[in-house]
Every structure is written in structure tokens, then in C-alpha cells.
Design a protein around this ligand. Structure first.
Ligand code: ZN
Length: 364
């Protein structure tokens, strides 16, 4: 891959004071918050990435990004967290046994503690994507974080649903990859591995089924995530520069989080991975059990071509409507897939205004 855009750059956000704030979780991981400050107002926005993207999905320089859009539309104090799923940290490409419960219990309470140290009791709006949206919602519905003014979840939240082929991959894939193929993690860059090594062979085998483009990293991402050609986005929604660097945007990923997702898919909702483990006694077995008591309004973004988490957010909205009628909102996004609502070339026209409208209505 010939890199034309610097990896892990902040240059996608102009006219803002950028500062990085390291902090620690209760179980001893170093994480970080990046602040993009133009003006301090009554509202603060916290951006939460997915697996295994990073804060970078919100600050991409090749198109108008969500951070710049928020700064230009009255939200002058934007923070982006990199938590343990971030591609900016090595944690998920190392051998580990973290689940989404660890993130709900440790990462977001620590994130909010560090954020509040700087912004005090100002309103905090959270915008989250993919498994970041699932785990932040878990943290909120478990009461591990509170005082959140709004929560926007793209693609999925507390009821992960996946295509039929993904269910097969979730049930057999982790076992096959670890015990038969002998790979502890998956990397969209496997296409660049040395000739005839296992990563090289896996990449070539995956590409046999993906004639939709010539980007091997795009094929591997479809294999890692969901079911489609491609699975993660509509090609037509991406700039060529973005498509060429998808491995920078979503990088290598371990296999263990998939096990927790599989358990949630089969349960039909977010559930605790190890209900009898005393370390997680403070978390509920079923994260929706007290849904009626959660006062934070949710905006559920539901791309209608979502081939990773299908209609998860449409389904959740029905459940939340029964628990708290009228409190939460659903926005179906026509023509969008799982990730392109955030990294699409026209998201600033089709998607971001919908989010800003929701935030402004809850800032009055
Ligand atoms: Zn592609």
C-alpha cells in the first residue's frame, strides 16, 4: 500500500486547539482522549470509535469529517476517545481475553472521569459507532456512567443482529482460525504477508470470493466483518483515497470480542459474558433489564444497507419504545452501510445534519 495520507494524523481538523489527555483504566490500561477545542460552550461532544477503528474515523482529512462538522455547527468542544479496541493501541492485536463487559466496566467510567475533570458538569453528548456503541450503551444502561445528555449510536447498540452467514462465521470462525488455521488475530494487511505464509494464503482464499474491487484489504475486512461484497460500506459512498486506506481505518483485530458478540446475538440482546464471575458483579446479566429507567435519549442511526449488524437499531427502537414511549429516536439512513455514515464522502450532507439536529434539540 502506497500511503498518501499520514496515519494517525490530526490534520483533518483545522482551526481548533488540539490536546491529548492520557488516562488509566481501573484494570491498568493506558487510554487517551483527544480534545478539539474551538470555543467552550455549554455542550461537549464525546466521540467513541468501534472495533478496531480509532478516533481517526472522526477526523479523516480526505473528506469533511464529523469533528469539523460539529465544530462548525455550534459544538465547539469535541473530544474523541481511544479505548482498548482502538487501532491506535496494541491491545486488541495482542493475546487477550477482554470482553465488552471489561469496556463497559473500566474504559468508559475512566473516560468520563477524565473528561469531567476538564469540562465539569457541562452537558455531554456521546456519539458512538459499532462495538463502541454497544459497549457504551452497556455502560450507560448498567449505570456505570451517568449524566449523559444524549447518546447517538450508529449501526448497532444493545441488540446486535447479524446476517445468517455471519452467524456461521461467529459460531465456527473463531475456533477454526485459532485451532486449525493457527491465527490469533485477523489483519486486513494479510495480503502483504510473505508468499505462502498462512496470512498470505488466507488473504488469497478470501479474495477468490471478492471480485467487487481490487483492494485485498477491503476483501479481508468483508471477511472480518459481516456478510457482503463489500460488507462494511457501499463502495459508491467512499472516496477512492478512503477505499485505498481501509486497512489504516480498521486495522488488525483479535478474535475474543467475537465470542461475546456471538453470545449477544444468540441471546437477542446485550448480556454479560461471564455472569458468575465476581469481577463483573456490578454489571447486569441483561443490559436491557432496567431500560425504562435510563433517562438519556438515544438517537439510533440505522443504515438500510447494513450488512454487518443488519436491522439491529430498528429492532432496538421497538423494544425501547415499549419501555419508554417517545424518549428515543430512530433515523433510517437510505443508501448507507455499516461504516460509511461516518467515513462517507457525502455523510456531511446525508448524516451529520441529522445528528446535529438531535443534539441541538436536547441542548435547548
Ligand atoms: Zn473494495
Amino acid at each position: 500500500m502506497t500511503r498518501t495520507i499520514t496515519r494517525f494524523t490530526h490534520e483533518g481538523v483545522s482551526d481548533a486547539e488540539v490536546s491529548v489527555h492520557p488516562f488509566a483504566t481501573g484494570d491498568g490500561l493506558g487510554l487517551s482522549l483527544t480534545r478539539f477545542l474551538r470555543t467552550e460552550g455549554e455542550d461537549v461532544v464525546l466521540l467513541v470509535h468501534g472495533l478496531t477503528s480509532a478516533s481517526d474515523v472522526y477526523i479523516m482529512p480526505e473528506h469533511r469529517n464529523l469533528t469539523s462538522h460539529l465544530l462548525d455547527n455550534g459544538f465547539g468542544d469535541v473530544w474523541a476517545v481511544d479505548f482498548r479496541m482502538s487501532g491506535r493501541f496494541p491491545y486488541d492485536a495482542e493475546t487477550h481475553r477482554y470482553t465488552l463487559d471489561d469496556i463497559a466496566l473500566y474504559d468508559f467510567p475512566a473516560t468520563l472521569k477524565e473528561l469531567r475533570r476538564h469540562v465539569g458538569d457541562r452537558r455531554v453528548h456521546v456519539i458512538a459507532h459499532c462495538l463502541g456503541a454497544v459497549s457504551f450503551s452497556m455502560s450507560l444502561f448498567a449505570g456505570a456512567v451517568d449524566g449523559i445528555t444524549t447518546l447517538t449510536c450508529n449501526s448497532v447498540s444493545l441488540t446486535p443482529r447479524v446476517p445468517a452467514f455471519s452467524k456461521v462465521k461467529l459460531s465456527l470462525g473463531t475456533w477454526l482460525l485459532e485451532y486449525v488455521v493457527g491465527l490469533p488475530f485477523l489483519d486486513p494487511r494479510f495480503g502483504d504477508a510473505p508468499f505462502l505464509t498462512r496470512p498470505w494464503m488466507l488473504s488469497r482464499a478470501v479474495s477468490l470470493f471478492h471480485g467487487e474491487c481490487r483492494e485485498r484489504a477491503c476483501h479481508m475486512q468483508s471477511f472480518q466483518w459481516g456478510s457482503g461484497k463489500p460488507a462494511m460500506y457501499e463502495h459508491s459512498n467512499l472516496l477512492p483515497e478512503t477505499h485505498a486506506r481501509v486497512a489504516d481505518i480498521c486495522s488488525a483485530s483479535g478474535l475474543h470480542y467475537y465470542r461475546h458478540v456471538r453470545k449477544m446475538v444468540s441471546s437477542g440482546r446485550a448480556v454479560k459474558y461471564a455472569p458468575d464471575d465476581a469481577r463483573y458483579a456490578g454489571l447486569p446479566r441483561d443490559y436491557l433489564q432496567n431500560a425504562a429507567d435510563v433517562r438519556t435519549p438515544l438517537l439510533l442511526l440505522a443504515p438500510d444497507r447494513n450488512r454487518v449488524f443488519t436491522d439491529s437499531n430498528v429492532h432496538l427502537h421497538k423494544i425501547l419504545e415499549r419501555a419508554a414511549p417517545g424518549r428515543h429516536e430512530l433515523a433510517v439512513l437510505p443508501g448507507y452501510g455499516h461504516l460509511d455514515p461516518l467515513i462517507g464522502k457525502n455523510s456531511y450532507i446525508d448524516v451529520f445534519p441529522r445528528i446535529v439536529d438531535f443534539l441541538k434539540r436536547h441542548s435547548a
